[in-house]
Design a protein. Sequence first.
Length: 278
Amino acid sequence: MKSKLIIVFALFFVSLSCKKTDAAAEESADMKMEVLSAPAKAIVSDDANSYESDDTENKIPEQKIIKTGNLKFETDNLETTYQQVKSAVIKGKAFIQNDSEGKDYNSVYRKVIVRIPNENFDVFIKDVSNGVSYFDNKEINAQDVTAEYIDLDARLKTKRKLENRYLELLAKANKMPDMLAIEAQLSTIREEIEAKEGQLKYLQNQVSMSTITIEFYKTVAEKSGVTISYGAKVWNSFKSGFYSISSFFLWLLEVWPFIILAILLFYFIRKRFKKKNI
């Protein structure tokens, strides 16, 4: 009898402990879902900060320099100078981005914009300047964007790790509101990643390919002192008179009805005055 009572009490305690275990498991599951929903941003931001601290390493960054150049000078022959520029472009493995020609008050000019690899910048300037005795304008700029490049690169890496963290949370979420909230955050992060990638690519392009603007011109002699011979003046006057007579006859052909009407009106008025005088 005592043994039966002991077995009954043992079964009762076992069942009670199982219920407590299930309740604890349910409570733990609810806590996990709360973590996924409301405080998810805090968890991800803490992880992001830890990633940033992990990425901080004592490395000497590669220097990023954007070089630009502006040259303006006078030349005796525009075509010869242009061929010299083209030869320097081929030699420097560059390309002409823009090529334009024009005329000012007393000069004709040509303006060429060249994109050239950064390492060939100095040699290209030397080749183009060969034979130029005087520059109206020669401006060389070197802008250090190393800090900006490092900042963009670090922010981009952080955003990518943040994206991976949200993807992990999305894989664990099993409630629709949690999934929608995480996907909204993912969409925002991906837009930021694309923007940072675009800025980084533009900066890298400006660093790797330098921009040089070359403007060369030729002075045109004024024609105010040119004289015309007397015979040419007579011939020009004769042609001008002929054109004037032709224009007059053409005008008469256009207004002949009005001329006839005016003559008839003058005739009748004069005839009436004659009758009155009689």
